[in-house]
Design a protein around this ligand. Structure first.
Ligand SMILES: [Zn+2]
Length: 280
């Protein structure tokens, strides 16, 4: 159970041979003040050398080399890239070489860790253990409105994944208890919701504080998108953590833009060297 308290591990994914976890802001890292302590965001105003140290710590907790991690640029869109073994390390040491223009990454490469950074937006992890396909997506309100979760699943299908076999995890995010949005955001998310075949009510409620504002639960919209593409309800794991009113994760809104970033990590575990293999 080593490292259990340092990251929120997804045991359902691990059971099927994946590394899947959400890093915690309160894991022992090197950052101070509002970035305390395991900030993994290089572009949030924290000392880059300290962030690099934190990224090494996070890689150790996940049990994978930091040189095997791939980051997406994350532009609040819905484009998804297929990444391969030779993309290992992209964005890990320099944000300038992260995978450009995408908010979703998918892969079949064993031992390659896909990383999504967030602080209120929903990090979403995907795994089809039978087809050996993984995915990771960054779903803030803009990406959610553009259907980034559905786009990620579509790209995974092209690699042979079957939504019926997929596990999907919704990471810590600002939830309906705290996420108050204005009319344009409400309208954009409502438009997306109307295109879904769900019979579930829209996860909005009226703000008690301001009549022209609405409380929205983004992770529920992410789940409905996964279900729209055929992922069974019981295979969507919702961590149910609100970054804004619960401890342990960064909240952009709560820290008024001075927040660090936690990460969603997913990899298909590298094969262990077998002794028998070596003897031959
Ligand atoms: Zn909350």
């Amino acid at each position: 159970m080593e490292g259990f308290m340092d990251a929120l591990r997804l045991l359902q994914f691990e059971e099927y041979g994946a590394i899947a976890q959400f890093t915690r802001s309160d894991a022992p890292g090197a950052s101070c003040d509002s970035f305390s302590s395991l900030n993994l965001g290089l572009h949030v105003g924290d000392d880059p050398e300290v962030v690099q140290k934190n990224r090494r710590i996070a890689a150790d907790i996940a049990g994978i080399s930091e040189t095997r991690i791939v980051y997406a640029e994350q532009v609040h869109g819905a484009r998804v890239a297929v990444v391969h073994a030779d993309d290992a390390g992209r964005g890990a040491f320099d944000t300038a070489d992260a995978i450009k223009g995408v908010d979703g990454l998918v892969s079949t490469a064993r031992g390659l860790l896909l990383a999504i950074l967030a602080a209120d937006c929903t990090p979403v992890l995907f795994y089809d253990p039978y087809a050996g396909v993984i995915g990771a997506a960054h779903a803030g309100w803009k990406g959610t409105a553009q259907g980034v979760v559905m786009e990620t699943i579509k790209e995974m299908k092209k690699l042979g994944a079957n939504p019926e076999d997929m596990l999907v995890a919704l990471g810590p995010a600002i939830r309906g208890c705290c996420y108050e949005v204005d009319q344009p955001v409400t309208d954009a998310l409502e438009d997306m919701y109307r295109k879904l075949a769900t019979r579930e009510p829209i996860p909005f409620r009226v703000s008690e504080r301001a009549a022209e504002r609405t409380m929205v639960d983004l992770p529920t919209l992410a789940r409905l998108q996964a279900e729209q593409l055929g992922v069974p309800h019981g295979q969507v794991i919702d961590t149910s953590i609100c970054t804004h009113c619960m401890p342990g994760f960064f909240s952009h809104r709560k820290l008024r833009g001075k927040a660090g970033r936690h990460a969603g990590f997913i990899a298909i575990k590298p094969r262990r060297l077998s002794l028998r293999g070596r003897m031959r």
